[in-house]
Design a protein around this ligand. Structure first.
Ligand code: AMP
Ligand code: GLY
Length: 409
């Protein structure tokens, strides 16, 4: 079967890398891809709009389109592909509202009695300020739409809340502040059945010890150390299953991968947010642990046969360390030369690329904020961390940096 993967980050590199291992995959394209993806897939540039993807898939006999990032999902790419009779992995625009609109998700949680932080949604700053004045601090102020990880402010004072309200465009959601370790839980859904795919812990702040601004994610460890089997069962039963049932009952069933961002509070798991796609760098940490054929799982999700799927996972743990360009997240410096990737991979680590390109003389350069995810598996988190950082040590890139505490210290 010919496949097309949409996206060009580390997540899409991990998906393409895993799909390339399947004997059932024929030609594999990635749009737009990146310099690392080019080693396992044919990178193509498609025009803007859903029609360009539909046309390419038709012209190249593509049997499955895998949509990596949230924006095209929220924008209805899967709807366009399905209307054209092309199989697509990912939710429809209606189901993708779980990520695209926090207000939608909060309302669904309220109806289905799903544990999540108390909240209110506001179209105007004045009403939001009145709400903050009447509720205990800290409060969490979030943009209602897609914000690429930047739309969340934890305000410890009314002045901080007010400043956040001035800065965030459009409608906002204000939430109660939850405490506890965080975990990301990934679940395939075919509309009715769900199949847990495992978990990861993301490191969202740019600096060691969870300091500095939020980022898209500076590293991941899988499975999430804090998510015990009992907490995972509770999260599936109390959060994920009722969400999937509610969407099916609304006539907008969820198909694809549902990524539940959880806070493991003293009273049990609570939903922080949903994403409707794999995480980045969580996908990198998950894919290196998957022994089964990823194509089989994606097809079972699209074709409604997840109840029969039995994926096999490698025992142990994985650690993905993100290397970012100096200046990330505020102002990453573009164009620095990266060497040593082959040496980093020589002992079994896998280096997934995000913002990379090759210049005409063959050198690899950084062209984005998050640039590499150096990923390793081992019997324990400690060994996986040691292997990942040993590989990081082989990378010769003065223009980049990473956190030193991914997977513990
Ligand atoms: P989000 O974009 O909604 O995932 O939020 C980004 C990060 O903000 C989360 O990973 C949490 O660390 C933090 N956060 C979001 N909502 C809350 C909350 N209600 N209480 C405490 N921390 C939160
Ligand atoms: N690493 C968090 C995300 O992909 O949303």
């Amino acid at each position: 079967m010919n496949l097309l993967v949409i996206g060009g980050g580390g997540r899409e590199h991990a998906l393409c890398w895993k799909l390339r291992q399947s004997a059932k995959v024929g030609r594999l394209w990635c749009a737009p891809g990146n310099a690392g993806i080019a080693a396992v897939a044919e990178c193509v540039t498609l025009g803007d709009g859903h029609a360009a993807v539909v046309d390419f898939a038709r012209a190249h006999d593509v049997g499955l389109v895998v949509v990596g990032p949230e924006a095209p999902l929220v924008g209805g790419l899967v709807d366009a592909l399905r209307s054209a009779g092309i199989r697509a992995f990912g939710p429809t625009a209606a189901a993708a509202r779980l990520e695209g609109s926090k207000g939608f998700t909060k309302a669904l949680c309220a109806r289905a009695n799903i544990p999540t932080a108390a909240f209110a949604r506001f179209g105007s700053g004045a009403a939001a300020r009145a709400y903050v004045a009447a509720h205990p601090l800290p409060v969490v102020v979030k943009a209602d739409g897609l914000a690429a990880g930047k739309g969340v402010v934890i305000a410890h004072t009314a002045a901080e809340a007010s400043a956040a309200l001035d800065e965030l465009p459009g409608p906002v959601v204000i939430e109660a502040f939850l405490t506890g370790p965080e975990a990301s839980l990934f679940v395939l859904c075919d509309g009715t059945d769900i199949l847990p795919l495992g978990s990861a812990q993301d490191y969202k702040r740019v600096g060691d010890g969870d300091t500095g601004p939020n980022t898209g994610g500076m590293g991941a460890v899988s499975p999430a150390p804090a998510l015990t089997p009992d907490l995972e069962r509770r999260a599936l039963a109390e959060i994920v299953a009722p969400t999937v049932a509610a969407l099916a009952a609304m006539g907008t069933p969820f198909t694809g991968v549902l990524f539940a961002g959880l806070m493991l509070t003293p009273t049990g798991p609570q939903l922080i947010e949903y994403n409707v796609r794999f995480g980045d760098p969580e996908a990198q940490a998950l894919m290196v642990r998957l022994d089964s054929d990823l194509l089989d799982l994606l097809l079972a999700t699209c074709d409604g046969t997840l109840a029969d799927a039995r994926p096999v996972w490698r025992a142990g743990a994985s650690v993905a360390v993100v290397m970012a360009a100096n200046g990330y997240p505020a102002a990453p410096v573009i164009g620095s030369v990266i060497a040593g990737v082959e040496a980093a991979e020589a002992n079994g680590a896998t280096v997934f690329h995000a913002g990379t390109a090759r210049v005409p003389d063959g050198a690899l350069i950084a062209i984005g904020g998050r640039v590499l995810a150096v990923t390793a598996t081992a019997a324990t988190v400690g060994e996986a961390r040691a292997a990942a950082y040993a590989a990081v040590g082989k990378i010769d890139w003065p223009g980049g940096f990473c956190r030193r505490d991914i997977g513990g210290s």
